[in-house]
Design a protein around this ligand. Structure first.
Ligand code: GTP
Ligand code: MG
Length: 171
């Protein structure tokens, strides 16, 4: 049969935002980890959608590892950026990291799709995806396709919508 197109996805966002939990949910049930621990450095994960074969670089969001991110910009075809919607205090830090990413010479000139997950929407004081996109000034991103989904990675809610969008917008 036809081979699925291979795409490299970079999964970024602050520590504790839920990146690894999201990636774990997207893997086939028999490949899912039972317990998620904070990522050290990064992990490489693979999963498939109906038409694409994804290789995901699940990066650590801890500040001491964030300097690793840029080494993977060149070879990435898509970015998943995860935000903890309940972490109001660090929303400005998330915005700083996002702005640094979008202004990087290996990213700023590319029409690379960026999928945002406003994660942890189950938390009582979670900000809505509209509020998160305002806090991050996503409307200013005009040279790349982007999309934001509210998600609950523990229940797996909102993830398929995001994956569908990514599949339709990855060149
Ligand atoms: P680093 O690897 O340190 O960068 O963190 P990460 O972004 O990979 O976060 P991780 O997936 O390890 O999740 C951090 C914590 O948030 C874990 O305790 C998860 O169970 C929890 N978590 C992830 N997604 C959700 C969610 O949607 N809702 C709630 N309530 N908790 C979540
Ligand atoms: Mg992780």
């Amino acid at each position: 049969g036809l081979r699925k197109k291979e795409v490299n996805v970079l999964c970024l966002g602050l520590d504790n935002s839920g990146k690894t939990t999201i990636i774990n949910q997207l893997k086939p049930a028999n490949a899912q980890a039972q317990e998620i621990v904070p990522t050290i450095g990064f992990n490489i994960e693979k999963f498939k959608s109906s038409s694409l074969s994804f290789t995901v670089f699940d990066m650590s969001g801890q500040s001491r590892y964030r300097n690793l991110w840029e080494h993977y910009y060149k070879e990435s075809h898509a970015i998943i950026f995860v935000i903890d919607s309940g972490d109001k205090l660090r929303m400005v830090v998330a915005k700083e990291e996002l702005d640094t990413l979008l202004n990087h010479e290996d990213i700023c000139c590319k029409k690379i799709p960026v999928l945002f997950f406003a994660n942890k929407m189950d938390l009582k004081d979670a900000m809505s995806s509209v509020k998160v996109s305002q806090m991050l000034s996503l409307e200013k991103i005009q040279d790349k396709p982007w999309h934001i989904c509210a998600s609950n990675a523990i229940k797996g809610e909102g993830l398929q919508e995001g994956l569908d969008w990514l599949q339709g917008n990855t060149p």
